[in-house]
Design a protein around this ligand. Structure first.
Ligand code: SF4
Ligand code: SF4
Length: 176
């Protein structure tokens, strides 16, 4: 399994065409979405147990999470920063959705490679990299983007390719 983020970036760049082709394959193949979800969930469980997010923290460096009002209230209480100050100093409003994002990368609350407000972090941070969710095939554009950001996503996507494109005849029945 590859966990070095600089190598992952390089490989993801090299595999860009392959990844988009695999997306098309997944969108058009006759393997059910439920089956793909169950393979992804299994791969995710195996891979997440092998990766130390505290050593990585790359999502906090390269992603900007979305915060709704509930997240902002909770984060304000946890950080001790009043809501108005949090919004004016650290957040940008998305006027279409009315949600907010942090105004810079890496996240200003990342300290010594750890979240300084971990217990109060936004739902979007808790859910990242979203591979426990259903409907994997509906989120493939984000998955491909995240391949070069998150070692878990990279390894799950590579594992999925191996399982689906290189499965042998014995395994075939397992997919349909
Ligand atoms: S979720 Fe992915 S990017 Fe974030 S810390 Fe864990 S391995 Fe790294
Ligand atoms: S709030 Fe915490 S978990 Fe979320 S991006 Fe910032 S440092 Fe990372």
């Amino acid at each position: 399994m590859e966990t070095d983020i600089s190598k992952i970036k390089k490989i993801s760049k090299q595999k860009e065409k392959e990844n988009w082709e695999f997306r098309s394959f997944l969108k058009n193949c006759d393997i059910t979405d439920e089956k793909i979800d169950s393979i992804v969930h299994r791969l995710y469980r195996d891979i997440v147990s092998e990766i130390d997010c505290q050593k990585c923290a790359n999502c906090c460096i390269e992603m900007v999470p979305t915060l709704d009002n509930e997240d902002i209230d909770k984060f304000s209480k946890g950080s001790g920063i009043p809501v108005a100050e949090l919004k004016s100093k650290y957040l940008i409003k998305n006027h279409e959705s009315n949600d907010y994002t942090f105004d810079k990368m890496p996240c200003p609350f990342l300290k010594n490679n750890s979240c300084s407000c971990y217990a109060y972090r936004p739902k979007d941070c808790v859910a990242y990299p979203h591979l426990h969710k259903n409907d994997f095939t509906s989120r493939l554009i984000n998955v491909i983007v995240n391949c070069s950001i998150c070692p878990i996503v990279f390894n799950v996507f590579e594992g999925l390719k191996y399982k689906i494109l290189d499965y042998d005849q014995e395994e075939k029945e397992d997919f349909y």
